[in-house]
Design a protein around this ligand. Sequence first.
Ligand SMILES: [Fe+2]
Ligand SMILES: [Fe+2]
Length: 139
Amino acid sequence: MPSIPDWIPVISVGNAKLDEQHITLLELGRQLVRLLDAHPCDSKPVRDLLQDIINQSAQHNALEESILKRNACPTLREHQAIHQVSLSKLQALLQDIGAGKGDARALSQVIVDWMSHHIFEHDLPSKAYMKDPLEANDS
Ligand SMILES: [Fe+2]
Ligand SMILES: [Fe+2]
């Protein structure tokens, strides 16, 4: 099973709050993959942690999109669509688990894939538009 990358300064998006959320999401993802090694997919710890990841991702997406919007990011629409697809996938997995159709391996794979792509392929290309507009005005 491939692993979730560590956060290192080179993957900073140049915004302290968004970086902090990325660090938290990567850590939660690692926790979930570890949990899935030891607990069945439909166990309470797995469901609770997946729900937490969904909630924190939704908050993160909303903040990131608002910053991209204020910075007039030209790929905002595409970025929003990617966020929506990722979140829907996680929500569908949680529903599957609730319906007794959870698959620990598939869930781990989705989490690892999503965490790997999120920052490297979707956020870093828009780094120029991730700066906090309020901070940018101060300097
Ligand atoms: Fe993003
Ligand atoms: Fe992000």
